[in-house]
Write a protein that binds this ligand. Structure first.
Ligand SMILES: [Fe+2]
Length: 134
């Protein structure tokens, strides 16, 4: 086998590619503070969201600083079938972190596959703020 799944995970700038999930998180939060992260697909260029082409799911992951393991925060499934096309293309996650790290979001289109984006800058700022509270 010459290829792995990694070879099929696509990424780009979400402002120019409609499939790339955009991550919206607060710039600073304190350790243990509950906050929301929104992951949206088609934020700048709308994704069609028809029965023929739609986002099947959106997921948010977190990798704590220094950890070799990604932690799944959540995955939202969207259905389009029969006479119903889900027009939702965003998911909100409510969470609290104990330390900084990086957010990663994935989204799956039934026609165009798996897409990935990351949010290291916000994580760095998050880490700075958490560091202030120690
Ligand atoms: Fe698509």
């Amino acid at each position: 086998m010459d290829k792995s799944l990694n070879d099929y995970v696509k990424t780009a700038d979400w402002k120019s590619e409609k499939h790339v999930p955009a991550i919206a998180a607060p710039e600073k939060v304190a350790a243990g503070e509950t906050f929301e992260v929104e992951v949206s697909v088609g934020k700048e260029i709308p994704h069609p969201n028809t029965i023929e082409q739609h986002i099947v799911w959106i997921a948010l992951h977190f990798v704590p600083e220094g950890s070799p393991v990604s932690e799944g925060i959540g995955r939202v499934g969207l259905s389009s079938h029969g006479s119903v096309a889900s027009t939702a293309s965003a998911a909100k996650f409510s969470l609290a972190l104990q330390k900084g790290g990086e957010f990663h979001a994935t989204a799956y289109c039934n026609l165009h596959g798996l897409w990935l984006s990351s949010c290291p800058a916000r994580a760095r700022r998050l880490e700075d703020k958490i560091g202030e509270n120690r």
